[in-house]
Each structure stands twice: as structure tokens, then as C-alpha cells.
Design a protein. Sequence first.
Length: 156
Amino acid sequence: MSDNNQFGGPFGSNGGQYATTVQYGGTEATPARVALGEPPVTVDVIKDTTTATFAADVIQESRRQPVLVDFWAPWCGPCKQLTPLLEKAVTAAGGKVKLVKMNIDDHPSIAGQLGIQSIPAVIAFRDGQPVDGFMGAIPESQIAAFIQKVGGKNNG
């Protein structure tokens, strides 16, 4: 069952912190984001994926720029903590990396093929291959450093 919205799973695109409003031009923004001085999230930078779309969303796209895959599940408390931090950091990176989120309850096969045994798990792909990653909810500063490390080597 997957009745998640297009942008972010069962807890919204930002861990429930903001409502989602889609605007023309490929960006989403909310009054709360604007009031907080945060940049709008570019739809092309953060998206959900499925088993059927994983090859295009991750493998093919990672040949153009690094792609982070966030493996999560609706019942996972640490996932709900990590997701808004990941989204914020990816947005702040200004397009150096993309974030693709995969619900392992709805789509377990890819996580199984990658040997993921606990969540949250974030795997970075470059040139069609997994190159780095981390498991568990980590602090915002470590997420930013991870994105800088992964995104700094290939800016697309």
C-alpha cells in the first residue's frame, strides 16, 4: 500500500513540519518556508522512488550527479527524525546531489539486494554504483559533511 504524496512519504516532505504546496515552475514552497527564510525545495532534487523506477531515478541519474537514497519505513522513528534533516541539507547543497527516498515496506527488494539490514540507511550512488553511505539518524552537521564529501566530487 502506497498512498504517500509525491514528495515525501507518510510524514510529508519535511517530517510534517510544513504542508506541501506545489507551484508551477518545478518548485514547491509554503508560507512557512518563506517566513523562515528557507529556500523552496526543487521537485527534481527530492523525490520518492519505487522498485520499478529505481533504475531511472538512481542508477541512470547517478551518472549525471550523485544520488543519495534514503531507505526508510513509516514505523521507523529514527527515519522520521532523519528525513527532514536530509531534505534540508540536500536543499541547502543547491543541486550538488539528489535525494531519492524508498519505502522499504512497499519496496523491499532493492534494500535486500544492497544488503541493508537496518534503517534508516542512506546510500550514495555515483556512476551507477553505491559509493558511500551511513546508517542511523546522524546529526545535521554530519549529514552536511557527508553531502559535501559526496557532492563535491561530481557536481553534474
